[in-house]
Design a protein. Structure first.
Length: 202
C-alpha cells in the first residue's frame, strides 16, 4: 500500500507540469529588447538530468552591446506557487556586474569552437548555436533531484552606467531528474495508463 501511495504521488508530480513545452519571450516593457530570440529548442524536453542536452539557439542583436550588467531572477514552482530562489555563492537570483569583464576572464584564450562570439563588444547581427551538446551526465542524482521542477527565469541586461534596462528575456521550462528504481517503474506505468485513458476520452 505504501508503495502504491508513493507511486501515485510521483505520477501526480509528473502530470502537474506547468510548462509542457519550452516557452520564451521578450519581457522588457514596450517589447523593444535589443536582443531578440528567433529560435530556441532543447532536446530532450523536458531536459533530463543527469544526461546530455542538445541546444539550438538563434539570437538577433539590433545594437552594439557593451558595458552591461545582468540581472538573473529564478522562480521555482513549489507548493502551488512560484518561489524566488535566492542568490547563494553566485548561483540563483543574482546580479552579475561587468559582464564583459567576466567573459574576458572566462575565455582568456578566445572563444570555444562551438561559440562564434563570446566577448564584448557584440555587434548587431545574428548569433546561432546549432546542435550544441551540454554534457550533464556527471551531475550527481541527489543534485538532479534538488534542481528538478518547473522554473520561470528572467534574464535582464542593464547598461552598467545608467542602470537602464536594454533587454529582457523570460524563459519558462521544466527540468526532470533521471528516474530509476522500482517506484519509478510503477510511476511510469501508471502515468502511461493515465495518458492512454485521457487520449481515449478525446
Amino acid at each position: 500500500m505504501l508503495r502504491l501511495i508513493l507511486a501515485s504521488a510521483l505520477v501526480a508530480l509528473a502530470i502537474a507540469q506547468p510548462y509542457p513545452t519550452l516557452q520564451y519571450g521578450d519581457c522588457k516593457s514596450g517589447g523593444d529588447s535589443i536582443i531578440k530570440v528567433n529560435l530556441a529548442s532543447v532536446t530532450p524536453y523536458p531536459p533530463v538530468i543527469p544526461g546530455v542536452i542538445t541546444l539550438n539557439l538563434e539570437l538577433e542583436t539590433t545594437k552594439d552591446i557593451d558595458n552591461i550588467d545582468l540581472d538573473i531572477k529564478i522562480l521555482r514552482f513549489e507548493g502551488g506557487q512560484f518561489v524566488e530562489i535566492p542568490c547563494l555563492d553566485g548561483v540563483g537570483s543574482c546580479t552579475i556586474e561587468n559582464v564583459c569583464g567576466a567573459l574576458s576572464e572566462e575565455f582568456p584564450d578566445g572563444c570555444p569552437a562551438e561559440v562564434p562570439d563570446c566577448k564584448c563588444p557584440f555587434k548587431p547581427g545574428t548569433f546561432a548555436l546549432n546542435g550544441l551538446q551540454l554534457d550533464l551526465s556527471e551531475v550527481p542524482e541527489f543534485i538532479a533531484d534538488i534542481i528538478a521542477g518547473s522554473f520561470n527565469i528572467k534574464l535582464e541586461l542593464r547598461d552598467s552606467t545608467s542602470k537602464d534596462s536594454i533587454s529582457c528575456l523570460e524563459i519558462k521550462l521544466d527540468l526532470k531528474a533521471s528516474c530509476t528504481g522500482f517506484l519509478c517503474g510503477i510511476s511510469k506505468n501508471l502515468s502511461k495508463r493515465s495518458e492512454e485513458r485521457r487520449v481515449g476520452k478525446e
